[in-house]
Write a protein that binds this ligand. Structure first.
Ligand code: AMP
Ligand code: MG
Length: 544
């Protein structure tokens, strides 16, 4: 392997590949690219389709750095050709993988990388492996009846949100680049018989691996237990070496670890107000990463029943408040998939219990961290946090603004009595309300603030924390800037007209979501009224 700096060679020539998945797991023997069932294989070799006129829209500098790429590499002609799928670098072995999944509660059979093509695994200077995956670079054997393409709007949503999530501290796949192919792609955005032509685009996603629950499910559903064992062993060796050599104990440990990581990921989603929208088991990462950004959304008004996905509007299976349960349901499917390797339900059930424990632990810790309290004390905090959960949805209250403003509520700890009126108490919170609070709501909120104040006083006497420290702590867990749905849509509208400046602005803003950024204060505002019913801002579908 060479480690040539790019300045001495062609752009990107410093990338070296170590394609462990291709090396270690069995391939589909067929090389022809047509839709089919692919039994007895983990992946199929497939080349990206040719893009007529590749153009770079944006790249993420932090992801480029992970791959040891310089800004010169990322703005080179070679970069745009490679990451739109027109050129392969030495060492790349493009392939699409086979997986299945439960979609909206039903077993859906083989799905697979229908429009994702893995280029290979980069081994960076630190020895880390990063898989590069093009999304939207053409059909694969797993495309079923679809075209393998992606459009600009959904690709931009993926780029912006995966990077925003990373900087919020939420485990996620990353995005290196977004390019236009120069092709037009037809999409019927709301499946209502109104197809339109949209610009075709490709995102290069980056993660240590893209293994999903569905990779295991499909093998068990087909009775391919040998292959299931190979897949589990491969995952243990490469993604979870700390769990020890492959074997019955480490298969159980694997499920337990996936439970813990998934619990932490979901707790993060609940902390920042993220709704994935399509938590099917084919969209669940074995590494506990947020993956497959489709019709996701961010809570504006705090509403546990909200889902951004119009395709899920009926059952609202994947609504905000249901995500913790849905993750457990998905983990149960993973446990079933691993059962043939363990052949004993008890340890698998024990692993699932670990999800419940870890989720509760993380959720409780985050709930009080959001209030500036260092630890969860059930005797006071069960009631304090439950009362707040009940209070927030009563009137339309912007979640992000509420918590950020709550840090400005001064508990006046030095004063024995708090003589402020209801109106005075809730004053700092007013920017969070979509309509002026009624007297009754004011009173309920003030009552809660008094209960909260009491808890803070108790804590401060014990720890000596002061208001400045409390504010700082709160502002480290309660983001100031999130990717509100209308913000993404505005960037899309401009980008579709060839103006990418809003994309760059948002990428930069969302790199520091917890920081005060006075020049960007306009993004710290309630959703504008026009966005309430605008497609893309309030209504999203799986069409992408
Ligand atoms: P999703 O709902 O985006 O997670 O996709 C579910 C399955 O459909 C996955 O196997 C995708 O690869 C596949 N898929 C979605 N859109 C397309 C497309 N335009 N072309 C080919 N396959 C697709
Ligand atoms: Mg998917």
């Amino acid at each position: 392997m060479t480690d040539t700096p790019s300045s001495t060679g062609e752009p990107l020539s410093q990338l070296t590949f170590d394609n462990r998945l291709v090396k270690q797991l069995p391939a589909d023997p067929l090389r022809d690219n047509y839709p089919r069932q692919v039994p007895n294989a983990i992946y199929s070799f497939v080349n990206p389709q040719r893009a007529p006129a590749p153009q770079l829209v944006a790249y993420a500098q932090d992801v480029a750095a992970l791959l040891d790429l310089t800004p010169e590499d990322c703005t080179s002609e070679r970069f745009v050709q490679v990451f739109t799928g027109n050129e392969l670098l030495p060492g790349m072995e493009p392939h699409a993988t086979c997986y299945g999944g439960h979609q909206f509660g039903q077993w859906a059979g083989q799905l697979g990388d229908g429009r994702a093509i893995n280029l290979g695994e980069v081994k960076n200077r630190q020895g880390e492996h990063w898989t590069l995956q093009l999304k939207g670079a053409g059909p694969t054997p797993y495309s079923r009846t679809a075209d393998g393409n992606a459009v600009l709007r959904s690709s931009l949503r993926e780029l912006l949100c995966s990077e925003a999530m990373h900087h919020l501290g939420v485990p996620t796949t990353r995005a290196l680049s977004l390019t236009l192919t120069g092709d037009q792609v037809q999409r019927d955005m709301f499946y209502d018989g109104n197809p339109e032509w949209e610009p075709g685009a490709v995102v290069c996603r980056v993660a240590p691996s893209f293994t999903r629950f569905g990779h295991f499910e499909i093998l068990t559903a087909r009775g391919e237990v040998d292959l299931l064992r190979q897949m589990a062993d491969f995952t243990l060796r490469n993604d979870f070496p700390e769990l020890g050599p492959p074997g019955r104990d480490s298969y159980i440990a694997l499920l337990k670890e996936v439970c813990v990581r998934t619990a932490r990921m979901i707790a993060h989603w609940m902390r920042v107000g993220f709704v994935h929208g399509v938590m099917n088991t084919d969209n669940m990462s074995i590494l506990g990463l947020t993956i497959d950004y489709g019709p996701y959304g961010w809570l504006e008004g705090y509403d546990p029943g909200w889902t951004p996905n119009t395709t899920d509007a009926q059952g609202r299976r994947y609504r905000f408040g249901h995500q913790p349960q849905m993750a457990l349901w998905n983990l149960l499917q993973l446990a079933n998939a691993l059962y043939p390797l363990v052949e004993d339900a008890a340890p698998l059930e024990a692993a699932l219990d670990e999800y419940r424990r870890e989720y509760l632990r993380s959720f409780q810790r985050d709930s009080v961290a959001k209030l500036g309290l260092p630890e969860y004390r059930p005797e006071t905090d069960d009631k304090l946090t439950e009362d707040l959960q009940r209070l927030l949805p009563l009137v339309e209250t912007d979640m992000t603004i509420f918590y950020r403003c709550l840090a400005d509520f001064d508990p006046l700890v030095d004063q024995a009595e708090d003589s402020r009126s209801d109106a005075q108490l809730i004053e700092p919170l007013l920017p969070a309300y979509y309509s002026p609070p009624t007297e009754e709501h004011q009173q309920r909120t003030a009552d809660w603030l008094r209960q909260y104040r009491e808890r803070l006083v108790q804590e401060w006497v014990r720890t000596g924390l002061d208001q400045r420290q409390r504010r700082e702590r709160m502002n480290r867990v309660n983001p100031k800037y999130v990717l509100r749905n209308y913000m993404a849509q505005q960037a899309i509208d401009a980008a579709e007209q060839g103006d990418f400046s809003e994309v760059y602005r948002l990428l930069e803003l969302l790199r520091n979501p917890y920081d005060e950024q006075p020049q960007s204060q306009r993004y710290f505002a309630r959703r504008p009224e026009w966005a309430r019913r605008r497609p893309g801002s309030s209504m999203l579908s799986c069409s992408s």
